[in-house]
Design a protein around this ligand. Sequence first.
Ligand SMILES: [Fe+2]
Length: 228
Amino acid sequence: MALRTLLTRKILADSPLGTLRFRGLQTFSLPDLPYDYGALEPAISGDIMQLHHQKHHQTYITNYNKALEQLDDAVAKGDAPAVVKLQSAIKFNGGGHVNHSIFWKNLAPVREGGGEPPKSSLGWAIDNHFGSLEVLIQKMNAEGAALQGSGWIWLGLDTELKRLVVETTANQDPLVTKGPNLVPLLGIDVWEHAYYLQYKNVRPDYLKNIWKVMNWKYAGEVFDKECP
Ligand SMILES: [Fe+2]
C-alpha cells in the first residue's frame, strides 16, 4: 500500500535506570486519489468523490491513528483491558482505511481505461470460473443490492486454492476477515455515503454504473502478482 507514513517517537517514562528507549509508532495519512474528483463523472459525481475521500476516508484515518496511539500507550502500561477495548475501533477504522485505499485504485476514468474488460489471465479466470464477465457482474450486483445495511462486495482471489471468490463484508470489515488467504482484486463500497448524493436510495443503479469506471487493469495486476 503506497501510503505516506509519519514516524513519531515516544520516550518511555518507565525506561529502567533513566535510559531513554524509543519506540516507532507508524501512523497513516490520506493517500492522494490517482485522478481528479470529477474524472469519474457521470458514473460517480465529483461531489461524492470529494466528500468520500476528504471527509469519510480522512475520518477513518484520524480515528485509526488515535486508536493506534491509545493502543501504544495501553501496551506500554500493560493495561490489558484497554488493549482489548481498542480492538473494535482498530478493526473498524483500520478496515475503513484499508478498504478505501483499495477502492480508489479500483476505479479509473473512462479516458484512462476505466470500464475496459479484463484481459489476459484474469479475463480467462473469470470466464472459466463464472462463465463470463457479465455473469460475474450480475452476481456481484445482486449480492451488493441484497447486502443489508453498510458493507462491501468483493471479487477476491483465494491464493491457496487459486480460485476466484465473490464475498460480502459488513461495515468496514476487510476481505481478509472472510479468510486469511483471500486477496482483494476489486471491492465496491456499498455504504450510502458512496452513492446517496447522486443515486439517492437506488443502490442498484449505482452498482450498474460503477462498472463503467472499473479499473480492471489494476485487478489484473494484483491477480498476476498473486497467481503468476
Ligand atoms: Fe466509503
